[in-house]
Design a protein around this ligand. Structure first.
Ligand code: B12
Ligand code: SF4
Length: 481
Protein backbone atom coordinates (compact mmCIF):
# COMPACT_ATOMS: atom_id res chain seq x y z
CA UNK A 1 0.00 0.00 0.00
CA UNK A 2 1.03 3.60 -0.43
CA UNK A 3 0.73 5.03 3.10
CA UNK A 4 1.01 8.66 4.13
CA UNK A 5 1.90 9.63 7.72
CA UNK A 6 0.99 13.20 8.66
CA UNK A 7 2.08 15.28 11.65
CA UNK A 8 -0.59 18.04 11.60
CA UNK A 9 0.16 21.65 12.38
CA UNK A 10 -1.69 23.45 15.11
CA UNK A 11 -4.34 25.96 14.13
CA UNK A 12 -3.82 29.34 15.68
CA UNK A 13 -6.37 32.11 15.83
CA UNK A 14 -5.27 35.69 16.03
CA UNK A 15 -8.23 36.39 18.30
CA UNK A 16 -6.13 34.84 21.06
CA UNK A 17 -5.38 37.12 23.90
CA UNK A 18 -2.58 39.53 22.96
CA UNK A 19 -0.83 38.25 26.04
CA UNK A 20 -0.78 34.58 25.05
CA UNK A 21 2.67 33.34 24.09
CA UNK A 22 3.81 30.38 22.00
CA UNK A 23 6.40 27.61 22.17
CA UNK A 24 8.22 26.24 19.17
CA UNK A 25 10.54 23.39 20.14
CA UNK A 26 9.66 20.41 17.99
CA UNK A 27 11.69 17.32 17.25
CA UNK A 28 13.17 16.34 13.87
CA UNK A 29 10.17 14.06 13.23
CA UNK A 30 7.04 13.08 15.15
CA UNK A 31 8.10 10.27 17.50
CA UNK A 32 4.60 8.74 17.40
CA UNK A 33 4.62 8.53 13.60
CA UNK A 34 8.27 7.44 13.63
CA UNK A 35 7.21 4.53 15.81
CA UNK A 36 4.37 3.58 13.43
CA UNK A 37 6.73 3.77 10.45
CA UNK A 38 9.19 1.54 12.33
CA UNK A 39 6.45 -1.06 12.88
CA UNK A 40 5.20 -1.08 9.27
CA UNK A 41 6.25 -4.11 7.18
CA UNK A 42 8.82 -3.33 4.47
CA UNK A 43 6.68 -4.07 1.42
CA UNK A 44 4.58 -0.92 1.93
CA UNK A 45 5.54 2.39 0.34
CA UNK A 46 5.74 5.04 3.08
CA UNK A 47 5.75 8.85 3.02
CA UNK A 48 6.04 11.21 5.96
CA UNK A 49 4.76 14.79 5.90
CA UNK A 50 5.45 17.23 8.71
CA UNK A 51 3.16 20.23 8.51
CA UNK A 52 4.94 21.75 11.46
CA UNK A 53 7.96 22.52 9.29
CA UNK A 54 5.81 23.74 6.42
CA UNK A 55 5.46 20.55 4.34
CA UNK A 56 2.09 20.59 2.64
CA UNK A 57 -0.37 17.76 2.21
CA UNK A 58 -1.53 17.26 -1.39
CA UNK A 59 -5.11 15.99 -1.33
CA UNK A 60 -4.88 15.04 -5.01
CA UNK A 61 -2.38 12.24 -4.32
CA UNK A 62 -3.80 8.69 -4.34
CA UNK A 63 -2.92 7.06 -1.02
CA UNK A 64 -4.28 3.73 0.22
CA UNK A 65 -4.12 4.87 3.83
CA UNK A 66 -3.44 8.13 5.65
CA UNK A 67 -2.28 7.88 9.28
CA UNK A 68 -2.53 11.07 11.34
CA UNK A 69 -1.32 11.70 14.87
CA UNK A 70 -2.70 14.00 17.57
CA UNK A 71 0.14 13.99 20.09
CA UNK A 72 -1.06 17.39 21.21
CA UNK A 73 -4.68 18.49 21.57
CA UNK A 74 -3.77 21.65 19.64
CA UNK A 75 -3.22 19.43 16.58
CA UNK A 76 -6.72 17.95 16.69
CA UNK A 77 -8.60 20.52 14.58
CA UNK A 78 -6.06 20.35 11.76
CA UNK A 79 -5.99 16.53 11.99
CA UNK A 80 -9.74 16.53 11.39
CA UNK A 81 -9.43 18.91 8.42
CA UNK A 82 -6.86 16.60 6.83
CA UNK A 83 -9.03 13.52 7.43
CA UNK A 84 -12.01 15.36 5.96
CA UNK A 85 -10.00 16.41 2.89
CA UNK A 86 -8.95 12.83 2.18
CA UNK A 87 -12.38 11.37 3.02
CA UNK A 88 -13.86 13.54 0.26
CA UNK A 89 -11.51 11.74 -2.18
CA UNK A 90 -12.41 8.33 -0.77
CA UNK A 91 -9.01 7.81 0.88
CA UNK A 92 -9.26 5.87 4.18
CA UNK A 93 -7.78 7.68 7.20
CA UNK A 94 -6.86 6.62 10.70
CA UNK A 95 -6.29 9.09 13.53
CA UNK A 96 -4.45 8.14 16.72
CA UNK A 97 -2.30 9.76 19.41
CA UNK A 98 -3.06 11.27 22.79
CA UNK A 99 -6.01 13.49 21.88
CA UNK A 100 -7.89 11.10 19.58
CA UNK A 101 -7.23 8.22 22.00
CA UNK A 102 -9.07 10.05 24.75
CA UNK A 103 -11.73 11.80 22.62
CA UNK A 104 -12.79 8.82 20.56
CA UNK A 105 -16.34 9.92 19.76
CA UNK A 106 -15.18 13.33 18.56
CA UNK A 107 -12.38 11.97 16.34
CA UNK A 108 -14.58 9.18 14.96
CA UNK A 109 -16.73 11.82 13.25
CA UNK A 110 -13.85 12.42 10.85
CA UNK A 111 -11.98 9.12 10.45
CA UNK A 112 -11.29 5.72 11.95
CA UNK A 113 -9.73 6.07 15.38
CA UNK A 114 -6.90 4.12 17.02
CA UNK A 115 -7.06 4.61 20.79
CA UNK A 116 -3.98 3.82 22.88
CA UNK A 117 -0.61 2.28 22.13
CA UNK A 118 -0.52 1.04 18.54
CA UNK A 119 1.87 -1.90 19.00
CA UNK A 120 -0.70 -4.68 18.93
CA UNK A 121 -3.25 -2.91 16.70
CA UNK A 122 -1.13 -1.59 13.87
CA UNK A 123 -0.80 -4.76 11.79
CA UNK A 124 -4.55 -5.36 12.07
CA UNK A 125 -5.20 -1.77 10.97
CA UNK A 126 -2.92 -2.24 7.94
CA UNK A 127 -4.63 -5.50 6.98
CA UNK A 128 -8.08 -3.91 7.29
CA UNK A 129 -6.95 -0.93 5.23
CA UNK A 130 -5.64 -3.27 2.56
CA UNK A 131 -9.10 -4.85 2.37
CA UNK A 132 -10.58 -1.33 2.43
CA UNK A 133 -12.58 -2.19 5.53
CA UNK A 134 -11.18 -0.10 8.39
CA UNK A 135 -13.21 -0.42 11.57
CA UNK A 136 -14.58 2.85 12.99
CA UNK A 137 -12.62 2.38 16.23
CA UNK A 138 -9.63 0.31 17.36
CA UNK A 139 -9.09 0.22 21.12
CA UNK A 140 -5.76 -1.00 22.49
CA UNK A 141 -7.54 -2.59 25.44
CA UNK A 142 -9.45 -4.88 23.07
CA UNK A 143 -6.14 -6.27 21.75
CA UNK A 144 -3.59 -8.32 23.73
CA UNK A 145 -1.80 -6.25 26.36
CA UNK A 146 1.40 -4.61 25.07
CA UNK A 147 4.25 -6.53 26.70
CA UNK A 148 6.96 -5.32 24.31
CA UNK A 149 6.80 -1.90 22.80
CA UNK A 150 8.25 -0.68 19.52
CA UNK A 151 11.52 1.28 19.23
CA UNK A 152 12.74 3.52 16.44
CA UNK A 153 13.99 2.13 13.14
CA UNK A 154 15.74 5.28 11.93
CA UNK A 155 16.56 3.89 8.47
CA UNK A 156 12.90 3.27 7.72
CA UNK A 157 12.01 6.69 9.09
CA UNK A 158 14.65 8.32 6.88
CA UNK A 159 13.29 6.53 3.84
CA UNK A 160 9.75 7.77 4.58
CA UNK A 161 10.98 11.35 5.13
CA UNK A 162 13.03 11.31 1.89
CA UNK A 163 10.12 9.76 0.00
CA UNK A 164 7.80 12.69 0.63
CA UNK A 165 6.03 14.16 -2.38
CA UNK A 166 5.12 17.27 -0.39
CA UNK A 167 5.78 20.83 -1.42
CA UNK A 168 8.17 22.21 1.19
CA UNK A 169 8.20 25.77 2.34
CA UNK A 170 11.91 26.54 1.76
CA UNK A 171 12.55 28.58 4.91
CA UNK A 172 10.82 26.16 7.22
CA UNK A 173 12.33 23.21 5.35
CA UNK A 174 15.77 24.40 6.40
CA UNK A 175 14.55 24.29 9.96
CA UNK A 176 14.30 20.48 10.04
CA UNK A 177 18.04 20.11 10.48
CA UNK A 178 17.98 22.59 13.33
CA UNK A 179 15.54 20.45 15.29
CA UNK A 180 16.67 18.10 18.02
CA UNK A 181 16.63 14.44 17.07
CA UNK A 182 14.26 12.17 19.06
CA UNK A 183 15.73 9.27 20.96
CA UNK A 184 14.58 7.42 24.06
CA UNK A 185 15.75 5.17 26.85
CA UNK A 186 12.22 4.22 27.97
CA UNK A 187 8.52 4.63 27.31
CA UNK A 188 5.62 4.93 29.73
CA UNK A 189 5.50 6.00 33.36
CA UNK A 190 4.53 4.30 36.63
CA UNK A 191 2.92 7.46 38.09
CA UNK A 192 -0.66 8.68 37.87
CA UNK A 193 -0.54 12.48 37.89
CA UNK A 194 -4.05 13.84 37.36
CA UNK A 195 -3.19 16.52 34.79
CA UNK A 196 -1.22 14.17 32.52
CA UNK A 197 -2.45 11.99 29.67
CA UNK A 198 0.28 9.36 30.00
CA UNK A 199 -1.47 7.31 32.75
CA UNK A 200 -4.64 7.24 30.60
CA UNK A 201 -2.74 5.81 27.59
CA UNK A 202 0.03 3.74 29.16
CA UNK A 203 -1.88 2.63 32.28
CA UNK A 204 1.29 2.74 34.42
CA UNK A 205 3.26 0.43 32.16
CA UNK A 206 6.93 1.21 31.69
CA UNK A 207 9.28 -0.17 29.01
CA UNK A 208 13.07 0.17 29.03
CA UNK A 209 15.12 -0.07 25.84
CA UNK A 210 17.93 -2.62 25.67
CA UNK A 211 21.13 -0.50 25.92
CA UNK A 212 22.66 -2.56 23.07
CA UNK A 213 19.79 -1.56 20.78
CA UNK A 214 20.23 2.03 21.90
CA UNK A 215 23.91 1.84 20.92
CA UNK A 216 22.88 0.62 17.45
CA UNK A 217 20.31 3.39 17.14
CA UNK A 218 22.84 6.07 18.00
CA UNK A 219 25.28 4.63 15.45
CA UNK A 220 22.62 4.64 12.70
CA UNK A 221 21.48 8.15 13.58
CA UNK A 222 25.07 9.39 13.50
CA UNK A 223 25.73 7.74 10.14
CA UNK A 224 22.54 8.82 8.38
CA UNK A 225 21.33 12.01 10.08
CA UNK A 226 24.29 13.51 11.93
CA UNK A 227 21.95 15.35 14.37
CA UNK A 228 23.31 18.54 15.91
CA UNK A 229 21.83 17.27 19.18
CA UNK A 230 19.50 14.56 20.48
CA UNK A 231 16.34 15.02 22.55
CA UNK A 232 15.28 12.34 25.00
CA UNK A 233 11.52 11.93 24.69
CA UNK A 234 11.04 9.54 27.60
CA UNK A 235 7.85 10.15 29.56
CA UNK A 236 9.64 9.49 32.87
CA UNK A 237 13.37 9.56 32.24
CA UNK A 238 15.61 8.05 34.93
CA UNK A 239 13.04 5.83 36.63
CA UNK A 240 15.42 2.85 36.81
CA UNK A 241 18.84 4.23 37.87
CA UNK A 242 20.89 1.17 36.79
CA UNK A 243 19.29 1.01 33.37
CA UNK A 244 19.63 4.79 32.98
CA UNK A 245 23.37 4.57 33.76
CA UNK A 246 23.81 1.79 31.18
CA UNK A 247 22.07 3.93 28.55
CA UNK A 248 23.99 7.08 29.42
CA UNK A 249 27.29 5.22 29.04
CA UNK A 250 26.30 4.59 25.39
CA UNK A 251 25.93 8.34 24.88
CA UNK A 252 29.29 9.04 26.45
CA UNK A 253 30.94 6.42 24.21
CA UNK A 254 29.30 7.95 21.11
CA UNK A 255 30.38 11.46 22.21
CA UNK A 256 27.10 13.04 21.22
CA UNK A 257 25.17 15.90 22.79
CA UNK A 258 21.64 15.66 24.12
CA UNK A 259 18.93 17.35 26.18
CA UNK A 260 16.63 15.66 28.66
CA UNK A 261 13.41 16.29 30.61
CA UNK A 262 13.62 15.10 34.20
CA UNK A 263 11.69 15.38 37.47
CA UNK A 264 13.29 17.00 40.56
CA UNK A 265 12.76 13.94 42.80
CA UNK A 266 15.09 11.87 40.61
CA UNK A 267 17.72 14.60 40.43
CA UNK A 268 18.05 15.11 44.17
CA UNK A 269 18.80 11.45 44.86
CA UNK A 270 22.09 9.86 43.82
CA UNK A 271 24.39 10.98 41.02
CA UNK A 272 22.02 11.49 38.10
CA UNK A 273 23.00 15.14 37.51
CA UNK A 274 26.70 14.23 37.49
CA UNK A 275 26.11 11.31 35.14
CA UNK A 276 24.14 13.52 32.78
CA UNK A 277 26.83 16.19 32.73
CA UNK A 278 29.55 13.61 32.07
CA UNK A 279 27.75 11.85 29.24
CA UNK A 280 26.95 14.74 26.89
CA UNK A 281 23.81 16.32 28.36
CA UNK A 282 23.86 19.99 27.42
CA UNK A 283 20.69 20.92 29.26
CA UNK A 284 18.24 19.29 31.67
CA UNK A 285 14.64 20.55 31.64
CA UNK A 286 13.26 20.15 35.14
CA UNK A 287 9.48 20.00 35.56
CA UNK A 288 9.09 21.73 38.94
CA UNK A 289 5.51 22.69 38.20
CA UNK A 290 4.52 24.43 41.44
CA UNK A 291 5.78 25.86 44.71
CA UNK A 292 2.36 25.21 46.17
CA UNK A 293 1.89 21.73 47.67
CA UNK A 294 -1.94 21.89 47.46
CA UNK A 295 -1.67 22.41 43.70
CA UNK A 296 0.75 19.50 43.46
CA UNK A 297 -1.28 17.18 45.70
CA UNK A 298 -4.92 18.03 45.18
CA UNK A 299 -5.00 19.46 41.66
CA UNK A 300 -2.24 17.49 39.95
CA UNK A 301 -2.48 14.29 42.05
CA UNK A 302 1.24 14.14 42.74
CA UNK A 303 0.73 13.35 46.41
CA UNK A 304 -0.16 9.74 45.76
CA UNK A 305 2.47 7.32 47.00
CA UNK A 306 4.75 6.08 44.27
CA UNK A 307 4.81 2.38 43.48
CA UNK A 308 8.52 2.55 44.10
CA UNK A 309 9.63 3.74 47.52
CA UNK A 310 11.87 6.81 47.44
CA UNK A 311 10.58 7.87 44.02
CA UNK A 312 7.74 10.12 45.20
CA UNK A 313 6.95 13.08 43.01
CA UNK A 314 6.09 15.43 45.83
CA UNK A 315 7.01 15.85 49.45
CA UNK A 316 5.94 18.17 52.25
CA UNK A 317 8.79 20.59 51.86
CA UNK A 318 8.81 20.99 48.13
CA UNK A 319 11.08 24.04 47.98
CA UNK A 320 13.83 22.09 49.79
CA UNK A 321 13.52 19.26 47.25
CA UNK A 322 13.74 21.74 44.37
CA UNK A 323 16.77 23.46 45.85
CA UNK A 324 18.45 20.08 46.40
CA UNK A 325 17.84 19.13 42.74
CA UNK A 326 19.20 22.51 41.59
CA UNK A 327 22.25 22.19 43.83
CA UNK A 328 23.02 18.80 42.28
CA UNK A 329 22.92 20.38 38.80
CA UNK A 330 25.11 23.27 39.90
CA UNK A 331 27.67 20.94 41.51
CA UNK A 332 27.74 18.87 38.32
CA UNK A 333 27.96 22.05 36.16
CA UNK A 334 24.88 20.86 34.31
CA UNK A 335 22.88 23.71 32.70
CA UNK A 336 19.19 23.41 33.56
CA UNK A 337 15.83 24.93 32.63
CA UNK A 338 12.80 25.17 34.92
CA UNK A 339 9.21 24.49 33.85
CA UNK A 340 6.27 25.69 35.92
CA UNK A 341 2.52 25.22 35.75
CA UNK A 342 0.12 27.86 37.05
CA UNK A 343 -3.37 26.76 37.99
CA UNK A 344 -5.50 29.94 37.91
CA UNK A 345 -8.17 28.30 40.07
CA UNK A 346 -5.78 28.08 43.02
CA UNK A 347 -2.64 30.07 42.20
CA UNK A 348 -2.54 33.83 42.64
CA UNK A 349 -0.52 36.53 40.93
CA UNK A 350 1.69 36.55 44.05
CA UNK A 351 2.43 32.86 43.37
CA UNK A 352 3.64 33.80 39.88
CA UNK A 353 5.85 36.48 41.37
CA UNK A 354 7.31 33.97 43.86
CA UNK A 355 8.12 31.64 40.98
CA UNK A 356 9.80 34.45 39.07
CA UNK A 357 11.91 35.32 42.11
CA UNK A 358 12.78 31.66 42.72
CA UNK A 359 13.72 31.14 39.05
CA UNK A 360 15.88 34.27 38.88
CA UNK A 361 17.83 33.20 41.95
CA UNK A 362 18.16 29.61 40.76
CA UNK A 363 20.73 30.14 38.01
CA UNK A 364 18.49 28.40 35.43
CA UNK A 365 19.38 29.09 31.78
CA UNK A 366 15.67 29.43 31.07
CA UNK A 367 12.48 29.34 33.08
CA UNK A 368 9.06 28.84 31.57
CA UNK A 369 5.71 29.83 33.06
CA UNK A 370 2.86 27.79 31.60
CA UNK A 371 -0.82 27.51 32.36
CA UNK A 372 -2.07 24.20 33.69
CA UNK A 373 -4.24 22.82 30.89
CA UNK A 374 -7.28 20.65 31.59
CA UNK A 375 -6.20 18.13 28.95
CA UNK A 376 -9.25 16.23 27.68
CA UNK A 377 -9.34 12.69 29.00
CA UNK A 378 -7.43 13.44 32.20
CA UNK A 379 -8.79 13.36 35.76
CA UNK A 380 -7.89 17.05 36.05
CA UNK A 381 -10.18 17.82 33.06
CA UNK A 382 -13.07 15.85 34.58
CA UNK A 383 -12.72 17.56 37.97
CA UNK A 384 -12.43 21.07 36.57
CA UNK A 385 -15.33 20.50 34.19
CA UNK A 386 -17.52 19.23 37.03
CA UNK A 387 -16.66 22.37 39.03
CA UNK A 388 -17.57 24.59 36.07
CA UNK A 389 -14.05 26.03 35.88
CA UNK A 390 -13.24 25.42 32.21
CA UNK A 391 -13.39 28.62 30.17
CA UNK A 392 -13.18 27.17 26.65
CA UNK A 393 -13.43 23.88 24.82
CA UNK A 394 -11.76 25.28 21.70
CA UNK A 395 -8.86 22.81 21.39
CA UNK A 396 -6.77 25.30 19.44
CA UNK A 397 -6.31 27.20 22.71
CA UNK A 398 -4.99 24.15 24.59
CA UNK A 399 -1.29 24.97 24.30
CA UNK A 400 -0.42 25.94 27.91
CA UNK A 401 -0.03 29.61 26.96
CA UNK A 402 -3.73 30.49 27.07
CA UNK A 403 -5.76 30.74 30.24
CA UNK A 404 -8.33 27.94 30.25
CA UNK A 405 -9.44 27.87 33.88
CA UNK A 406 -11.41 30.50 35.80
CA UNK A 407 -9.17 32.46 38.14
CA UNK A 408 -10.40 32.75 41.69
CA UNK A 409 -10.31 35.90 43.81
CA UNK A 410 -12.45 38.05 41.49
CA UNK A 411 -9.76 38.73 38.89
CA UNK A 412 -10.76 38.46 35.21
CA UNK A 413 -9.25 35.84 32.91
CA UNK A 414 -7.67 38.53 30.68
CA UNK A 415 -6.10 40.28 33.70
CA UNK A 416 -4.68 36.95 34.88
CA UNK A 417 -3.36 36.21 31.37
CA UNK A 418 -1.72 39.65 31.27
CA UNK A 419 -0.12 39.03 34.66
CA UNK A 420 1.36 35.78 33.28
CA UNK A 421 2.74 37.67 30.29
CA UNK A 422 4.20 40.42 32.45
CA UNK A 423 5.81 37.92 34.81
CA UNK A 424 7.19 35.92 31.91
CA UNK A 425 8.81 39.08 30.55
CA UNK A 426 10.33 39.76 33.98
CA UNK A 427 12.25 36.53 33.55
CA UNK A 428 13.77 37.76 30.29
CA UNK A 429 14.72 41.46 30.50
CA UNK A 430 16.00 42.38 27.07
CA UNK A 431 18.54 44.68 28.71
CA UNK A 432 20.27 41.62 30.22
CA UNK A 433 21.23 40.19 26.81
CA UNK A 434 24.52 42.14 26.49
CA UNK A 435 25.44 41.03 30.02
CA UNK A 436 24.76 37.42 29.07
CA UNK A 437 26.81 37.75 25.88
CA UNK A 438 29.78 39.21 27.69
CA UNK A 439 29.52 36.92 30.71
CA UNK A 440 31.60 33.82 31.37
CA UNK A 441 29.31 31.58 29.34
CA UNK A 442 29.49 33.98 26.32
CA UNK A 443 27.91 32.48 23.15
CA UNK A 444 26.99 29.05 24.46
CA UNK A 445 23.98 26.89 25.23
CA UNK A 446 23.58 28.91 28.43
CA UNK A 447 23.00 32.13 26.51
CA UNK A 448 21.07 31.04 23.44
CA UNK A 449 17.83 29.91 25.14
CA UNK A 450 17.73 33.19 27.05
CA UNK A 451 18.18 35.31 23.95
CA UNK A 452 15.83 33.29 21.77
CA UNK A 453 13.07 33.36 24.40
CA UNK A 454 13.57 37.05 25.20
CA UNK A 455 13.20 37.99 21.57
CA UNK A 456 10.57 35.39 20.58
CA UNK A 457 8.10 36.36 23.31
CA UNK A 458 8.27 39.98 22.24
CA UNK A 459 8.11 39.13 18.53
CA UNK A 460 5.00 37.04 19.14
CA UNK A 461 3.28 40.04 20.70
CA UNK A 462 4.33 42.32 17.83
CA UNK A 463 3.27 39.73 15.26
CA UNK A 464 -0.24 39.69 16.76
CA UNK A 465 -0.50 43.46 16.61
CA UNK A 466 0.68 43.47 12.97
CA UNK A 467 -1.75 40.68 12.03
CA UNK A 468 -4.62 42.53 13.64
CA UNK A 469 -3.73 45.76 11.85
CA UNK A 470 -2.93 44.47 8.35
CA UNK A 471 -5.74 43.22 6.12
CA UNK A 472 -3.58 40.30 4.84
CA UNK A 473 -1.61 37.51 6.59
CA UNK A 474 1.98 38.27 7.54
CA UNK A 475 3.75 34.95 8.05
CA UNK A 476 7.03 35.08 9.93
CA UNK A 477 9.50 32.23 9.33
CA UNK A 478 9.77 29.55 12.08
CA UNK A 479 6.47 30.64 13.61
CA UNK A 480 3.39 28.42 13.42
CA UNK A 481 0.79 29.74 11.00
C1 B12 B 1 8.76 14.19 24.44
C2 B12 B 1 7.59 15.09 24.67
C3 B12 B 1 7.69 16.41 24.23
C4 B12 B 1 8.84 16.90 23.37
C5 B12 B 1 8.54 16.61 21.87
C6 B12 B 1 7.31 15.78 21.68
C7 B12 B 1 6.84 15.36 20.33
N1 B12 B 1 6.24 14.22 20.27
O1 B12 B 1 6.93 16.01 19.34
C8 B12 B 1 8.84 18.42 23.69
C9 B12 B 1 9.78 18.69 24.82
C10 B12 B 1 9.19 19.36 22.55
C11 B12 B 1 7.41 18.61 24.15
C12 B12 B 1 6.82 19.83 24.22
C13 B12 B 1 5.55 20.05 24.70
N2 B12 B 1 4.72 19.12 25.20
CO1 B12 B 1 5.17 17.25 25.32
N3 B12 B 1 5.44 15.43 25.60
C14 B12 B 1 6.40 14.63 25.29
C15 B12 B 1 6.11 13.21 25.79
C16 B12 B 1 6.80 13.02 27.13
C17 B12 B 1 6.46 12.06 24.88
C18 B12 B 1 5.78 12.11 23.51
C19 B12 B 1 6.30 11.06 22.60
O2 B12 B 1 6.76 11.38 21.55
N4 B12 B 1 6.25 9.78 22.99
C20 B12 B 1 6.74 8.64 22.20
C21 B12 B 1 5.66 8.14 21.22
C22 B12 B 1 6.21 6.99 20.42
O3 B12 B 1 4.58 7.63 21.98
P1 B12 B 1 3.07 8.09 21.72
O4 B12 B 1 3.02 9.49 21.28
O5 B12 B 1 2.28 7.68 22.90
O6 B12 B 1 2.64 7.20 20.45
C23 B12 B 1 2.05 5.91 20.57
C24 B12 B 1 0.51 5.91 20.67
O7 B12 B 1 -0.03 7.09 21.20
C25 B12 B 1 0.01 5.62 19.30
N5 B12 B 1 -0.20 6.67 18.32
C26 B12 B 1 0.21 7.94 18.33
N6 B12 B 1 -0.15 8.56 17.19
C27 B12 B 1 -0.79 7.66 16.43
C28 B12 B 1 -1.37 7.76 15.16
C29 B12 B 1 -1.98 6.63 14.59
C30 B12 B 1 -2.57 6.73 13.24
C31 B12 B 1 -2.01 5.41 15.31
C32 B12 B 1 -2.62 4.22 14.71
C33 B12 B 1 -1.45 5.32 16.59
C34 B12 B 1 -0.84 6.44 17.12
O8 B12 B 1 0.99 4.76 18.81
C35 B12 B 1 2.28 5.17 19.27
C36 B12 B 1 3.09 3.91 19.46
O9 B12 B 1 2.57 3.13 20.51
C37 B12 B 1 4.57 13.31 25.93
C38 B12 B 1 3.92 12.29 26.82
C39 B12 B 1 3.14 11.29 25.96
N7 B12 B 1 2.86 10.15 26.49
O10 B12 B 1 2.76 11.54 24.84
C40 B12 B 1 4.35 14.78 26.28
C41 B12 B 1 3.08 15.45 25.79
C42 B12 B 1 2.80 15.06 24.37
N8 B12 B 1 3.42 16.86 25.82
C43 B12 B 1 2.45 17.63 26.20
C44 B12 B 1 2.53 19.04 26.25
C45 B12 B 1 1.36 19.73 26.89
C46 B12 B 1 3.62 19.72 25.74
C47 B12 B 1 3.81 21.24 25.69
C48 B12 B 1 2.59 22.01 25.23
C49 B12 B 1 4.31 21.69 27.06
C50 B12 B 1 4.81 23.12 27.10
N9 B12 B 1 4.02 24.02 27.60
O11 B12 B 1 5.89 23.41 26.71
C51 B12 B 1 4.95 21.38 24.68
C52 B12 B 1 4.39 21.66 23.28
C53 B12 B 1 5.30 22.55 22.55
C54 B12 B 1 4.84 22.81 21.16
N10 B12 B 1 3.56 22.88 20.86
O12 B12 B 1 5.70 22.96 20.36
C55 B12 B 1 1.23 16.83 26.55
C56 B12 B 1 0.20 16.94 25.43
C57 B12 B 1 -1.19 16.71 25.92
C58 B12 B 1 -2.20 17.10 24.95
N11 B12 B 1 -3.28 16.34 24.91
O13 B12 B 1 -2.08 18.09 24.28
C59 B12 B 1 1.83 15.39 26.74
C60 B12 B 1 0.90 14.26 26.38
C61 B12 B 1 2.25 15.28 28.22
C62 B12 B 1 1.09 15.48 29.18
N12 B12 B 1 1.17 16.48 30.01
O14 B12 B 1 0.12 14.81 29.26
N13 B12 B 1 6.84 17.42 24.50
S1 SF4 C 1 5.51 11.64 36.24
FE1 SF4 C 1 5.30 12.85 34.35
S2 SF4 C 1 4.74 11.35 32.73
FE2 SF4 C 1 4.41 10.36 34.73
S3 SF4 C 1 2.25 10.66 35.16
FE3 SF4 C 1 3.38 12.33 36.19
S4 SF4 C 1 3.43 14.05 34.70
FE4 SF4 C 1 2.84 12.16 33.57
Amino acid sequence: MRILFVNPNEIRHIEYSDYAMGGYIRPFFSPALGMLISMTPNHHDLEYIDEIIGEQVDFKQRYDLVAITTTWTIQAQRAYQIADGFAKKGVPCIIGGNHASLCIEEAARYASVASGMAENMWIQILEDAERRSLRPVYRADEFPEVKECAWFDYLKIKKAIDNTQAAIDPINGLARNMRPFPILTSRGCPHTCKMCVTPEIYHRSYFAIDPELLEEQIAIAERHFKPFMYMFIDEYFGHDPRHTSACLRKFREARVKYGVQVTPNLLCEGDLAKELAETGCVVASIGLESLNTEVLDEDFGKGEPSIQEGMELNDRNIETTYLAAIRKCQEAKLPFMLFWLINPVRNTIEDMEKIVAFSKKSGAVLSSLNFAVPLPGTKFFKEQKAKGNILSYDWSLYNTFNILLKPSGGITAEAFQKAMHDNFLKLYPIGNIPGHLMGNASFSIEVLPYMVTSVAVRLEYLKKLVEKTLPFPFPLPFMPK
